[in-house]
Design a protein around this ligand. Structure first.
Ligand code: SAH
Ligand code: SF4
Ligand code: F3S
Length: 483
């Protein structure tokens, strides 16, 4: 599972960072390529939603007659799907744009386009002041890509950053980025209405809207029929998924959607991300317990452990409320793993607030966390109303303390798994050894084991014998009698 690009806690071997800047490429698209056919090259940054959007973009470009390439030198069109979540994410993209700009100078006619979350924020700057790009498209404008390419080919700049209230790309069948053909992302909603005061997403991705459940189910069924064995339902806030039949005949909430997806086939695993703590219901937790193929793992970002800071962040829950929710999760799903996002050094954060964050991490016993220091984003409520007053060294020191604690908890969490047997979906060959496979258990932990006579895409049982902070190690065992 690949997420954000500046997670300092993660082992680069298996974690989000190595996917940042990933190039979308499909062998079969290249194989079909004919002479003279135009080629696109796309890099993706940011969260899973962006990676999933790149698959939609690839599908739109394929329809328009483009083939994909993994070599930017061979491309007629270079696209970069961008992230604005923290300053560092934007800096990374800017560096890439300078490299593409050099290529443009060497190869007149080459088009460069910016997609995604930086598009809305920086449209004028990118096109006019920095003159680095020919195309700028926001996350709701991808259908317009072929038109805008034509405009840019005529020498005009192509721009569409219109944010829609309806667009869900429900009818577009994404071209899959996944190398393995085992796991896939399925976007179930777009945008976010939460307005957490630190966050740029509501501005870059617009209003929240839920996709028609039947198009979601059709996509998941199709993936299963093509051999995929795991889908991750994606949205900024999946628990507020809500769909109503246009004639009022049916309403579907997130718990219903989970159940319907689980019923496609017992061998199709379901994951989801992200859950805003305020929206998760007992109905969701109960459905998770009811179906073995809904994975027992919840990404449940706390952000801070201090009620005063949470209020300033506009998270709408306080410390006690969050801790009660965590207790409820473990009460209804004793084997569930919970992970989190944590921000160190938000505006006005004191040492006492920081201690509250450390203690809520301890209370929550997260299997892992994505941890960041606060980065002020222009236009957000925090940028307009609060002073970014925690010095950088203090933010960094607090972040290090958070990371140290989480690492200890992750290690202890993994040690508790030694001696246990888990059902594992095999995803890939281990990066460290050709003789080993790697796959995840229901709790989203990566387990490495000698491959013997097994295959990618198969479910196996693995007994854990050893662990590091990030990975479990084990060996194959026969299926337990009750499985
Ligand atoms: N929708 C998801 C998170 C999306 S952004 C949710 O609400 O949980 C992913 C994470 O980036 C956030 O959870 C937060 O921890 C972090 N983040 C967002 N804005 C940030 C900022 N301005 N500075 C530092 N971290 C930030
Ligand atoms: Fe950002 Fe909050 Fe929406 Fe998550 S829920 S995307 S943190 S505004
Ligand atoms: Fe980044 Fe946009 Fe995702 S800002 S984290 S790519 S929603």
């Amino acid at each position: 599972m690949k997420l954000y690009n500046d997670n300092p806690t993660l082992d680069k071997k298996m974690l989000p960072e190595d996917k940042q800047g990933d190039v979308f490429f499909k062998e079969q698209l290249q194989a079909q390529q004919q002479d003279g056919q135009k080629r696109f090259y796309i890099e993706s940054y940011g969260c899973q939603m962006n990676f999933s959007d790149s698959e939609i973009v690839a599908s739109i470009l394929q329809e328009a007659g483009y083939a994909s390439t993994k070599y930017m030198d061979a491309a007629d069109l270079i696209l970069v799907n961008t992230c604005s979540i923290r300053e560092k994410a934007e800096d990374t993209v800017r560096k890439r744009l300078r490299i593409f700009d050099k290529l443009k100078k060497e190869r007149p006619g080459l088009l460069v386009g910016v997609l995604g979350c930086m598009a809305e924020r920086l449209k004028a700057k990118l096109l006019d002041e920095e003159k680095l790009v020919d195309l700028v498209l926001g996350p709701d404008a991808y259908r317009d890509l072929p038109n805008l390419i034509a405009t840019a080919e005529d020498g005009d700049k192509g721009i569409n950053v219109f944010l829609s209230r309806e667009e869900t790309y429900a009818d577009i069948s994404p071209v899959r980025l996944s190398d393995s053909g085992v796991t896939a992302f399925v976007t179930i909603m777009r945008g976010c209405d939460n307005m957490c005061s630190f966050c740029v997403v509501p501005f870059t991705r617009g209003r929240e809207r839920s996709r028609d459940p039947y198009s979601i189910l059709a996509e998941c069924q199709d993936l299963f029929d093509r051999g995929f064995r795991e889908v991750t339902l994606l949205g900024q806030n999946v628990d507020s998924y809500h769909w109503e039949h246009p004639e009022g005949l049916e309403q579907v909430d997130f718990a219903d959607l989970l159940e319907k997806t689980a019923l496609i086939h017992p061998d199709l695993r379901i994951r989801f991300s992200t859950s805003h703590p305020k929206d998760i219901t007992d109905k969701v937790l109960i459905n998770m317990g009811k179906y073995e193929n809904i994975c027992e793992y919840i990404h449940f970002p706390v952000q801070s452990g201090s009620s005063r800071i949470l209020k300033k962040m506009n998270r709408t829950y306080d410390r006690e409320w969050y801790m009660n929710k965590i207790d409820r999760i473990y009460e209804l799903l004793p084997n569930c793993a919970v992970s989190s996002d944590v921000i160190a050094g938000f505006c006005t954060e004191t040492e006492e607030d920081h201690q509250d964050t450390l203690s809520i991490i301890e209370h929550s016993q997260y299997s892992m966390s994505y941890m960041f220091f606060y980065s002020e984003r222009p236009g957000t409520l925090a940028a307009r109303k609060y002073e970014d007053d925690v010095p950088l060294e203090v933010k960094k020191r607090r972040l290090q303390e958070i990371i140290r604690l989480q690492n200890q908890i992750s290690f202890a969490h993994n040690k508790k798994d030694i001696g246990k047997t888990f059902k594992v979906l095999i995803e890939k060959v281990s990066k460290r050894s050709e003789d080993d496979f790697a796959g995840r258990n229901s709790q989203n932990k990566m387990i490495v084991f000698p491959r013997e006579n097994t295959e990618i895409g198969q479910y196996v049982y693995v007994k854990v014998t050893d662990c590091t902070q990030a990975t479990l190690r084990g060996h194959l065992v026969p299926a337990p009698a009750e499985a």
